[in-house]
Design a protein. Structure first.
Length: 184
């Protein structure tokens, strides 16, 4: 098993759309094997034209970050702006659009490290709010994961889909320490 201290985080490039798709395909297969297809479905991301376009957009966005172990990508984070179906924040924020990790390395805290990196990016931009949304169905395990990472549930929402069941979601927020300035 790889050493968690060997984990590095580096910016992604437009060529990393295939990395995003591989990580999504692996995560979807892992979820499907456990009967948990409500989050992302059962069709591999690499076979879904909508997901292909989404991966390209994320890779081109400038907000893609990859977690690396021994030169291999084991997680992806995309930060930027909230999507249209998310209630807007009433202050500047950084939004987590994607967090996915390689389940072969579960237990190394890769997702938490990527979220901490997102917090560092927000702090460097002078932003005091980091938000994310996630699947809130099944047993709520994903919501609990984000709570363990310091996020607090804010607004629940539902995405209506014409050909499938509605998708229950939850927006979560993490307040970041803002640098203080001292008057001189």
């Amino acid at each position: 098993m790889a050493d968690r201290d060997a984990l590095t985080i580096q910016p992604g490039t437009p060529a990393d759309d295939r990395t995003i798709l591989r990580l999504l395909d692996d995560a979807m297969a892992w979820l499907a094997a456990r009967g948990r297809t409500g989050q992302w479905g059962s069709t591999p991301a690499s076979a879904d034209p909508r997901r292909l376009a989404q991966a390209r957009t994320w890779a081109d966005s400038g907000g893609l970050w990859l977690a690396m172990l021994a030169g291999q990508p084991v997680g992806a984070l995309v930060v930027g702006r909230a999507t249209d179906h998310i209630p807007p924040a009433d202050e500047p924020e950084l939004y987590v659009n994607l967090l996915v990790t390689d389940r072969a390395y579960a237990g190394l805290g890769i997702g938490g490290r990527l979220l901490d990196h997102a917090g560092e990016l927000a702090g460097a931009a002078g932003v005091g709010l980091l938000r994310v949304d996630c699947y809130a169905g099944d047993d709520g395990a994903l919501v609990r994961f984000y709570e363990r990472q310091g996020f607090t549930p804010t607004e629940p929402f539902t995405v209506r889909r014409p050909d499938r069941d509605p998708w229950p979601g939850q927006v979560l927020a993490r307040r970041l320490d803002r640098p203080t300035t001292t008057a001189t």
